[in-house]
Write a protein that binds this ligand. Structure first.
Ligand SMILES: C[S@@+](CC[C@H](N)C(=O)[O-])C[C@H]1O[C@@H](n2cnc3c(N)ncnc32)[C@H](O)[C@@H]1O
Length: 270
């Protein structure tokens, strides 16, 4: 398979970095006042990568105009980003990613987020969902991603592969107690091979669900990105056995051509 066959998750750049297209306000990719001075981020393992920001977006745009020999999938991705209303909205409203609107729309539909919640965000980079949770009044947010996430005041952000054996324990160690919400936007790079991609995303969603069952307090909720057509049987059985209600929902901000949708499990039985 050629490199050109690989495409990044819906909200990532083709070079593997978080999109950062939501860089707003002061132009450094963070909402003004949501401090780059905050040091609550940790790289647990893995290579350091610079998160996207407005400068990066500008450089990318210049590359669209000038790069020779760039891959067609990258060009398509950039053109789509530059014309995407949610990318523009994120830039204007100070969200780091267009993905923020998916969580906002999930919340609008199911009324999930409340002030004072303890939230775990799996696959957080560049941080749009973290921003949404904090804006909704979460008292604690712990995020984890393979990629480095620029600090966000009020959140603890780990750079780590969530599939590594010690990752769940490391996340738990950062939390002050059981979680009210486990939200997962975990998305592997797609290979272009439909069933392989499906298996990889389902595997991540299953890991996230097992983590939720071990971590949530009674009444808590779980969200995970899955493929359209629904969650696979095993995941669905796990969720139905442990939660009062399980629903699927594809927010408007999720691109219609993307096969992603979200499973929402509410009322953790404990
Ligand atoms: C769609 S993006 C998340 C966007 C994010 N929710 C936001 O609002 O900005 C999916 C993320 O999952 C991360 N990811 C994929 N596999 C992972 C893994 N095994 N461990 C940790 N993060 C992973 C990717 O690095 C990527 O940043």
């Amino acid at each position: 398979m050629s490199d050109d066959d690989k495409t990044p998750p819906d909200d990532q750049t083709p070079n593997g970095e978080p999109s950062g297209e939501g860089a707003g306000g002061d132009g450094d990719g963070e909402i003004p006042g949501w401090g780059s001075s905050d040091k609550r981020r940790r790289r647990v393992s893995g290579p350091m990568k610079k998160g996207g920001d407005a400068r990066a977006a500008k450089q990318m745009f210049e590359r669209v105009k000038t790069a020779r020999g760039r891959k067609t999938s990258s060009t398509r991705w950039l053109q789509r980003q530059l014309n995407d209303p949610y990318v523009k909205k994120a830039q204007m409203e100070g969200y780091r990613s267009r993905a923020a609107y998916k969580l906002l729309q999930l919340d609008e539909r199911f009324k999930l987020l409340r002030p004072g919640m303890r939230v775990v965000d799996l696959g957080s980079a560049p941080g749009g969902w973290v921003q949404v949770a904090l804006k909704a009044g979460a008292s604690e947010v712990v995020g984890i991603d393979l990629l480095e996430i620029e600090a966000i005041a009020g959140a603890t952000l780990l750079q780590k592969d969530f599939t590594e054996e010690d990752a769940p324990a490391l996340v738990k160690a950062e939390m002050g107690g059981a979680a009210d919400a486990v939200i997962s936007d975990l998305a592997p790079w797609t290979t272009g091979h439909k069933s392989t991609d499906h298996l990889r995303i389902v595997a991540l969603a299953e890991m996230a669900a097992h983590f939720a069952v071990e971590t949530l307090k009674p009444g808590g909720f779980f969200i995970a990105k899955v493929f359209q057509g629904g969650s696979d049987g095993e995941l669905l059985n796990l969720l139905k056995a442990n939660f009062e209600k399980v629903r699927h929902f594809k927010p408007d901000a999720s691109r219609s051509e993307s096969a992603e949708t979200f499973v929402v499990a509410m009322g953790f039985k404990g």
